[in-house]
Write a protein that binds this ligand. Structure first.
Ligand SMILES: *Cc1c(COP(=O)(O)O)cnc(C)c1O
Length: 394
C-alpha cells in the first residue's frame, strides 16, 4: 500500500500519547525516558502546568493577527531576547531554517547597504547543519543533504574544522567575505564544540576584518548548555544570532536576532512571513523564555549536565571498547561510539530510553531541560544494561 505521506522519514513503529516532565508514555502503555526532546525542542518537557495554562488562555483570543498590525507579545519577547543578548532587534519566524534564511538575507542586504555589493561570501564550517531549505543546505555544505538539489545557492565557503587555527581561518577571508557563520556547538554534526578560546579569536578576527560574526544557536541555545545562549560562555558578542527549537517549547517558533547597525539595512517590505510571531506563538514563547531565563533554572541545567556527564564518563570507563568519548556541555551531550551506533540507539529504545543519532558515530543526549536527577539515574541504568547487551553485537 502506498503511504499518503511523503516517504522522507524512516519512522519507528512507536507512538506517544502522553508525557510528564522528561518521560513519555507510548500507546502500548510503556514509559520512556526522553533524551531527545523532539530534537532539542521540548525544553520544558511534557505537561508543564504554566505552559498549558498560557496556551489555553491564548487559545481563547485571536490565534493569528497579521504582521500588518501591532502584536504586543512580539514587543515583549523581543525586549527579553535583546536584553539577554548582544543584539538589539528581532525578526520572528516559525523554524530554524527560516531563522537561518533571515540571517543570510540580512548579511547580503547589509553588504548592499554599505555599498559593497560584491561582499557577499559567507564562511561556514564542515559538519554544520542549518536546516533543509536550499539556502540552509547550501550554507552548511553537507553533500548528504545537498544531493539531488542542484543548482545550489552560491556564495558560501565551507571550511574543514579539523586542525583549524585562527591563522588558517584568516587566510580564507578575502575582500568579498561578508560574514563568518557557525554553530558554537554543532548538533547534527555530532556535538562538536568550538572552544571558548577559538570563539573569542573568531569574534576578534571578524571585528578586525569588519565582517559579520553570526551564530546558529538553534540547537545549542535557549538554556541548553546552562546559559541563555551558548556563546555567552566565551563572552563574545555576535552580530547575528539564529534561534529556534527550544524557544517554543514545542510550539513552532524561530527568531533571528541582529545588532541595530546591521538590522538597519532591513527596510519596510524587505523581508516578512505570514505566521512569524503570531499571538499564539508569542504567548508560548514569552512563557518559555520566562521559565528558562530564570537564573536558578539555568544553574540547575548546568548542575544536571555535569551530573549526567559524570555518570556517562563512569559508563565509558566501564565500557571503554564501545564508548570512545563523552562530549558536550550542559544538557547537550554526546557519546562517541566506536561501531554500529544505530544499533545501540535501537537497543536503548528497546530498553525505553530515547536518544538521537548524529554524525557518523555519535549518540546525542539532549533531554528536556527540566529532566530530574531521578530520570537521569534511570537513563544511566538503561544505558548500562543496554551496553552489556550491545557487547553481543561486536
Ligand atoms: C534543527 C536545526 C536547524 C533547522 O531548524 P528547523 O526548525 O528544522 O528548520 C538549524 N540549525 C541548527 C543548528 C539546527 O540544529
Amino acid at each position: 500500500m502506498i503511504s499518503p505521506l511523503l516517504q522522507v522519514y524512516k519512522r519507528y513503529d512507536l507512538e506517544f500519547v502522553s508525557g510528564k516532565n522528561a518521560t513519555l508514555k507510548s500507546r502500548r502503555g510503556d514509559k520512556y525516558i526522553d533524551l531527545g526532546a523532539g530534537i532539542a525542542v521540548n525544553s520544558l518537557g511534557y505537561s508543564n502546568k504554566k505552559l498549558i495554562k498560557t496556551l489555553i488562555k491564548a487559545a481563547k483570543k485571536p490565534w493569528h493577527i497579521s504582521n500588518l498590525y501591532n502584536i504586543e507579545g512580539q514587543n515583549q519577547l523581543a525586549e527579553k531576547l535583546t536584553k539577554s543578548s548582544s543584539c538589539d532587534q528581532v525578526f520572528f519566524c516559525n523554524s530554524g531554517a527560516e531563522a537561518l534564511e533571515t540571517a543570510l538575507k540580512i548579511i547580503r542586504k547589509y553588504s548592499e547597504s554599505i555599498k559593497k555589493p560584491n561582499r557577499k561570501e559567507i564562511i561556514t564550517f564542515k559538519d554544520a547543519f542549518h536546516g533543509r531549505t536550499i539556502g540552509a543546505i547550501s550554507a552548511a555544505g553537507s553533500i548528504k543533504y545537498q544531493k539531488g538539489y542542484a543548482p545550489l545557492l552560491p556564495g558560501f565557503r565551507n571550511i574543514e574544522t579539523k586542525d583549524l587555527t585562527i591563522e588558517k581561518l584568516e587566510k580564507f577571508i578575502t575582500k568579498d567575505t561578508a560574514a563568518i557563520f557557525l554553530e558554537p556547538i554543532q548538533g547534527e554534526g555530532g556535538i562538536k564544540q568550538f572552544s571558548n578560546k577559538f570563539l573569542k579569536e573568531i569574534a576578534a578576527l571578524c571585528k578586525k576584518k569588519k565582517i559579520i560574526f553570526a551564530v546558529d544557536e538553534v540547537q545549542c541555545g535557549m538554556g541548553r548548555t546552562g546559559k541563555i545562549f551558548h556563546h555567552q560562555f566565551a563572552g563574545v558578542k555576535p552580530d547575528i544570532i539564529a534561534v529556534a527549537k527550544g524557544i517554543g517549547g514545542g510550539f513552532p517558533l524561530g527568531a533571528c536576532l541582529v545588532k541595530k547597525e546591521i538590522g538597519a539595512a532591513m527596510t519596510y517590505g524587505s523581508h516578512g512571513g505570514t505566521y512569524g510571531g503570531n499571538p499564539l506563538a508569542m504567548a508560548v514563547g514569552n512563557e518559555v523564555f520566562d521559565q528558562i531565563s530564570n537564573e536558578k533554572f539555568l544553574k540547575k541545567v548546568s548542575e544536571k549536565g555535569k551530573y549526567f556527564k559524570n555518570k556517562l564518563t563512569e559508563l565509558q570507563k566501564k565500557h571503554p571498547k564501545i564508548i570512545k568519548e563523552v562530549r558536550g556541555q550542559g544538557l547537550m551531550l554526546g557519546l562517541k561510539i566506536n561501531r554500529n551506533y544505530f544499533k545501540l540507539v535501537d537497543i536503548f529504545r528497546e530498553n525505553k530510553a530515547l536518544t538521537i543519532p548524529a554524525s557518523n558515530d555519535v549518540i546525542r543526549i539532549i533531554p528536556p531541560l527540566v529532566i530530574s536527577k531521578k530520570e537521569i539515574d534511570l537513563a544511566v541504568r538503561i544505558f548500562d544494561k543496554s551496553l552489556l547487551e550491545f557487547k553481543d553485537y561486536a
